[in-house]
Design a protein around this ligand. Structure first.
Ligand code: SAM
Length: 247
C-alpha cells in the first residue's frame, strides 16, 4: 500500500506511534484520578493519535488533544469521531486554547521532549495563562533510567496493518549529563516479505521533579503533590509532578 492511499489513522507516522505508545496503559490510573478530581475541560499536551485523550473521553471527560504533528492530529480526529475530543494542531511551546482548562496533562515525558529550559518555560507560561481558577498541570517525568537487567532480552512492540508487519525493538538508552537517548530498531515487513530496517531514537532532557518545580515557580505555578506511575516490562516508571496557581 502506498502512503497516498492511506487514511490518517493508517499513515506510517500514526502506525509507528501506535506500535511504540499505543499499548501503554500503566499511566491511566493516575490521569483518571486527576481528571475525576479536577473536572473538565482537560488539555492533553502532545496527544498524538489520542491514546489518552480517547480513553478519558470514553470515561465522560471533555478533552482538547493538542499536538504539533498534523498527521497525528488527523488520525486523532478520525479515531475520536463521536467522542468529546477536540484535536488541536498547535505547538506546546506557545498555544492558544479555545477555552481555559481545569487540568492540563503532559504524559509520557512531554515536557522533557522540549529542547531546553527556555522551551519548557514557554510551555509552562502558556499553560499557566489558560488554567481555570484552581486548575492543575500534571506532568509525567522520567528522572533517571534503571540499569538494564541481565537475562531476558527485551521484546519488540509489533503490529500488523493491512498485511504489513511493523516491529519496534528497544535497544539501549544512553544517559548523558543533559540528555537521555533511547535507541530503537524499527523494522517493517511488506506483504511480499521485503524487510526494511530503520534505526530510530528519541531524545529527552534530563530533568528532576525538583528542577521542574523550580522552573514552574517562575510562571506562578507551585507544587501541589507528586504521584507515581509504576514501571512495566516495556516502560520505565514516572514521577508525576502536579502544579497549581499560587494561592
Ligand atoms: C511519546 S508521544 C505521546 C503521545 C500521547 N500523549 C500518549 O500518551 O499516548 C509524544 C507526542 O508529543 C508530540 N510532541 C512533541 N513535541 C511537541 C510540541 N513541541 N508540541 C506539540 N506536540 C509535541 C509528538 O508529536 C507526539 O505525538
Amino acid at each position: 500500500m502506498t502512503e497516498g492511499k492511506r487514511s490518517a489513522s493508517t499513515s506510517e507516522a500514526a502506525i509507528w506511534h501506535d506500535v511504540e505508545c499505543g499499548a501503554y496503559a500503566a499511566d491511566f490510573r493516575v490521569w483518571d484520578e486527576l481528571a475525576d478530581r479536577c473536572g473538565d475541560p482537560v488539555l492533553e499536551l502532545g496527544a498524538g493519535t489520542g491514546r489518552l485523550a480517547i480513553h478519558l473521553a470514553r470515561r465522560g471527560h471533555r478533552v482538547i488533544g493538542l499536538d504539533h504533528d498534523p498527521v497525528l492530529i488527523a488520525a486523532q480526529g478520525e479515531r475520536a469521531a463521536g467522542l468529546p475530543v477536540t484535536p488541536l494542531l498547535a505547538d506546546a511551546r506557545g498555544f492558544e486554547l479555545p477555552e481555559p482548562v481545569a487540568l492540563a496533562l503532559a504524559p509520557m515525558q512531554l515536557l522533557q521532549m522540549l529542547a531546553d529550559r527556555a522551551e519548557r518555560l514557554a510551555c509552562l507560561d502558556s499553560i499557566a495563562a489558560q488554567l481555570l481558577p484552581g486548575g492543575r498541570l500534571a506532568a509525567a517525568m522520567v528522572e533517571g533510567m534503571p540499569e538494564p537487567e541481565e537475562g531476558e532480552p527485551l521484546l519488540p512492540d509489533v503490529r500488523e496493518v493491512d498485511g504489513w508487519v511493523y516491529s519496534s525493538l528497544p535497544l539501549e538508552a544512553t544517559v548523558g549529563p543533559e540528555h537521555i537517548v533511547v535507541h530503537r530498531l524499527r523494522q517493517r515487513v511488506s506483504p511480499s516479505g521485503e524487510l526494511t530496517d530503520t534505526p530510530d531514537q528519541v531524545t529527552i532532557c534530563t530533568l528532576t521533579a525538583d528542577e521542574l518545580e523550580g522552573e514552574a515557580a517562575e510562571v506562578g505555578l507551585v507544587p501541589i503533590e507528586r504521584l507515581y506511575i509504576d514501571p512495566t516490562e516495556d516502560h520505565v516508571g514516572s514521577t508525576v509532578v502536579v502544579l497549581g496557581e499560587e494561592a
